[in-house]
Design a protein around this ligand. Structure first.
Ligand code: GAL
Length: 655
């Protein structure tokens, strides 16, 4: 499904801002719009939380203020991105229909009074979502100032992908019945004979929560799939109405940093292009930075970690692929000062806003839109920065945006022959039973991603079931749930000459998250040439030596090679003498968490593929787009690299 006017075109990066006309007196609007235009902005995103002002009482719409707001931006030459306001159903709706509310995993209602207080599965809420979407689309769908639409806001934010009661609980058995057909099939797939969990009626099946100890992982995995499907169909209803009443305008959604609650590939289908919200310093506070830097959270406190942001750019660039995919992605919300929601919220370094903008461009963004125009003077986000301070004076981010020349950032594809595979079923299956308190799907995935970035590579993050034949090196860091379709794609890539590097736990789980009765690697039998022998969860303080001077931490699994060769062995401990890395033809499996080992194996594969890896210093990164190379220093100090002094927190173009 392609809309004629996907992303409005340009030959260079464009900028935008998120603005909230409903938060300020109307006499500010024209002045703000003029200042936004003079700052060089093209797009203004509005109204994603404005439902209570658009429909103050049931069925009584008030379009007058939004008419004037859209006209004001349009008159200033700005292009409006209008949102469906369904992230914030108003009080009257919730009180009249409390059944639209969601339930947390403790079985408590998630109350009105902030945002995202709804259950995607609620038929009543679906009806209101369609109603407000249709009304907005009919009113503004043809407005010349409206460039396109954003659905809702950040699906899944605040842990809202899944509801554990109400409408979701009621819909789950029907979803299972459609998937499995019979209870016998479901009981078999979930292994319900274990602990007498077998069901004899569909209505006996509840969401997997409040159990005495952990619920059956197969049950949890299907609940994740079910919840993801609710988000997909919820959005599809909005997209259909926007297409009908606003032809020629794009439709997108603003996805979130490392959001794990739903299958993004599914939810992105039907959108013209993808956008995401980039908050580098806040993200760093929540995610263990990849790599070995001793105090990375402090070191990168004022910029965020280069690979955490880059990974998200590469993930979102790859979400829509194929002939009907839109062009580049957008950053719909780009941090431009402090955030308010992390445990610590340091001021960004001088130059950080320009560095983030340049990095977004280099990883494929066509538009970067800052959050937000003026710092909020009311409610939950008063501590959050905008381009303007509370008192309307320009803040630090404003000055950095004003000093930028976007003509230096030409659009064009990011081209790379390195793919890193990603998949939400594997993410869910891995994190259901990480078997070590210090690891996760993202952690394992990022350790491979960061090694590739530290070797100077641009990386396509792509779905594990994609066509991979264009790649020379394919890395599968944590695809623990490999389907037969995926295996066929991997085999085709290897047959075509690609090198495939797999991390621990690859193909360990069946599609229901059980263990393969024939052992790990079952779907990859033809490729791997070996079998799992042991796996060891290394608590902090326990390590495992590996030949070549490498040390495993966190996780070490060993293999019984059949046709494969052993390239590295464990030394000492319970795995002494066993295979840590096995290789058959172009396919290598690494069993251990060890940054130096991962980097060594990847470096060799890249060299063999003729991709010229370079060893970059900590904090230095290269990103290439449209024939340009962006050389970045994310560290707080000057770094000398290849005879060149790189200023702290800087990005410069080299050829
Ligand atoms: C985003 C959200 C915005 C705002 C922002 C603050 O997650 O979409 O509405 O809350 O965070 O950083």
């Amino acid at each position: 499904m392609t809309s004629p006017a996907s992303a409005p075109t340009s030959d260079h990066l464009r900028l935008g801002v998120c603005d909230y006309p409903e938060h300020v007196p109307e006499d500010r609007w024209a002045g703000y719009a003029a200042l936004q235009r003079d700052l060089g902005l093209t797009f203004v995103r509005i109204a994603e939380f404005a439902w209570s002002r658009l429909e103050p009482a049931p069925g009584q719409y008030d379009w007058t203020w939004l008419d004037r707001a859209v006209d004001t931006y349009h008159a200033a030459g700005l292009r409006v991105v209008l949102c469906t306001p369904t992230a914030t159903p108003p009080a009257w709706l919730v009180r009249a229909h409390p059944e639209v509310l969601a339930y947390d995993a403790q079985g408590r209602v998630r109350e009105f009074g902030s945002r995202r207080h709804y259950d995607f599965a609620s038929p009543v809420y679906r009806e209101h979502s369609r109603r407000i979407t249709r009304a907005l689309a009919q009113r503004y769908g043809q407005h010349p100032g409206v460039a396109g639409w954003q659905t809702d806001n950040e699906f899944g934010c605040h842990g809202t992908s899944r509801s554990y009661g109400g409408a979701s609980a009621a819909a789950f058995p029907g979803w299972l019945q459609a998937r499995y057909g019979t209870l016998a099939a479901l009981n078999e797939a979930w292994g319900n004979v274990f602990w007498s969990m077998e069901y004899s009626d569909w209505t006996q099946i509840h969401p997997p929560h409040l159990t005495v100890t952990e619920p059956n992982p197969s049950h949890v995995l299907d609940y994740a799939r079910f919840a993801s499907d609710q988000i997909r169909t919820f959005q599809a209803e909005q997209v259909a109405l926007l297409r009908e009443h606003s032809p020629g305008r794009f439709v997108t959604h603003n996805f979130m940093i490392f959001e794990s609650g739903f299958n993004h590939y599914d939810v992105a289908q039907g959108l013209d292009f993808v956008t995401w919200d980039n908050y580098p310093t806040g993200m760093l506070e929540f995610f263990a930075p990849p790599g070995t830097h001793e105090d990375a959270k402090t070191h990168y406190a004022r910029t965020g970690h280069p690979d955490l942001t880059a990974f998200n750019h590469d993930l979102y660039r790859g979400l829509r692929r194929g002939p009907d995919a839109g062009t580049g992605f957008w950053v719909m919300e780009q941090q431009c000062g402090q955030v308010n929601w992390a445990p610590y919220n340091p001021l960004p370094a001088d130059g950080a806003v320009q560095l983030w903008t340049a990095q977004a461009w280099a990883h494929g963004a066509d538009v970067v839109s800052y959050f937000r125009w003026r710092a909020a003077t009311m409610a939950q986000e008063v501590m959050h920065s905008g381009l303007l301070r509370h008192d309307e004076t320009p803040d630090r981010g404003f000055a950095e945006v004003a000093a930028m020349n976007t003509a230096h950032y030409p659009l064009g594809p990011v081209r790379t022959r390195v793919a890193l595979l990603h998949d939400y079923d594997s993410l869910w299956a891995y994190d259901l039973q990480p078997h070590h308190a210090g690891t996760s799907y993202w952690q394992q995935t990022l350790s491979y991603y960061t090694a590739l970035r530290a070797l100077g590579m641009d990386v396509d993050v792509v779905h594990a079931g994609s066509d991979l034949t264009a790649y020379a090196v394919v890395v599968a860091p944590a695809i623990t749930l490999v389907t037969t379709d995926m295996a066929a794609r991997w085999e085709a890539a290897v047959r075509g000459g690609a090198r495939l590097i797999c991390g621990p736990r690859t193909a360990f789980r069946t599609p229901s998250a059980s263990a393969w009765p024939t052992g790990q690697f079952e779907p990859l039998r033809g490729l791997i040439g070996g079998h799992l022998k042991q796996y060891d969860s290394l608590r902090p303080g326990l390590t495992q030596a590996i030949t070549g001077g490498h040390i495993a931490h966190t996780w070490a699994e060993s293999y019984r090679p059949a046709e494969a060769q052993t390239t590295h062995q464990y030394q000492g401990g319970p795995l002494d003498g066993q295979s840590a890395v096995i290789r058959q033809g172009g396919v290598t499996v690494i069993g251990a968490h060890s940054e130096t080992l991962i980097r060594e194996v990847l470096r060799e594969a890249l060299q063999q593929a003729g991709l010229d890896p370079v060893d970059l210093p900590e904090g230095v990164r290269l990103s290439r787009r449209a024939g340009q190379t962006l050389l970045q220093n994310w560290g707080p100090g000057t770094i000398t690299w290849q005879g060149q002094d790189l200023a702290p927190v800087s990005a410069e173009m080299t050829r």
